[in-house]
Design a protein around this ligand. Sequence first.
Ligand code: NDP
Length: 314
Amino acid sequence: MAERLGTLVFSSDFDDFATWKNALQAQLPDLQVVHASAIERPEDVRYAMVWKPPAGFFERLLGLQLIINLGAGVDALVARSDLPPGIPITRITDPQMSRMMAGYVLFAVLRHARDIPHFEQAQRRGEWAYRHPRAPDETTVAVLGLGQLGAMAAHEVQRQGFRTLGWSRTLRQIDGVQCFSGMETLDDVLGQADIVVLMLPATPHTHQLLDRNRLMRMRQGAALVNVARGSLVDQAAMVDLLRSGHIGAATLDVFTQEPLPRDDALWSLPNVLVTPHLASVAIPASSAQQIAANIVRVAQGLDPDNRVDAERGY
Ligand code: NDP
């Protein structure tokens, strides 16, 4: 089996090699797992498991059969000019990762729905600033992007009793979620929401999807949650609208430039919570099963599951 499976090379500055190696070998004891810095026979490498590998990384891997993106967002990978043509790309699809993301989204939605930013600011002033709570179904939450992560988040949001709208490219069906699709419905969805949650991939079609005009379509005082990618939003326009109060508050995990520069206005806006891109991460123990299944499929000459469509960009 070792010979049939071949070698997997690992490259990531963000993930722990030993943990991933152990997790993969627990599934496939015969798989050789090597760190990119220690490849001795590049011609034996069949699988590359990567997160932002250095330029030219794929050049020596002439026997490559599968690229595994160590995360859900493939924008950085598919935008590269040095990708070997025709090699299938898969991404992490792991229920635990979706659950972690749904947890963050739920936290952010509840934070806004329960006016927590208002109370945080009042506390700093030493003020007992009572604001009467609304029933969950009086708050409308729109989740833009209903993929592996977005669908679970939308499901969890509606389970809390919020009126939940979902938006995607093709029409999806999620119990309890009113689903919309296509650009022609976007303004309507934005105009109905008290809380807008961005869960779309970064592609040429979604680049600055929420430009100034679309941000203006949001309800006066509505909240914005971005857990997807900074490039989806015109960040300068968002800052203006957060200052004016048109956008009432925001929970932001992603930015056009990361790390967010020290002098960025977002750090000090009182109605903004900044977190450093960690809404969800790939979890070795649970993701390894799906990765191992794909390695076996490829070794058997089959197509991997959850293949990324590089043309489409996700
Ligand atoms: P998927 O690729 O599974 O799903 C993408 C969703 O977006 C689909 O519903 C798709 O529509 C929709 N979509 C794509 N393009 C368009 C478009 N032009 N117009 C309307 N809808 C569109 O993504 P995931 O749910 O797995 O993840 C979403 C993103 O979250 C990732 O791409 C990544 O950038 C980000 N992410 C962030 C993390 C963090 O820690 N902050 C961690 C992990 C991921 P359709 O259903 O029709 O295909």
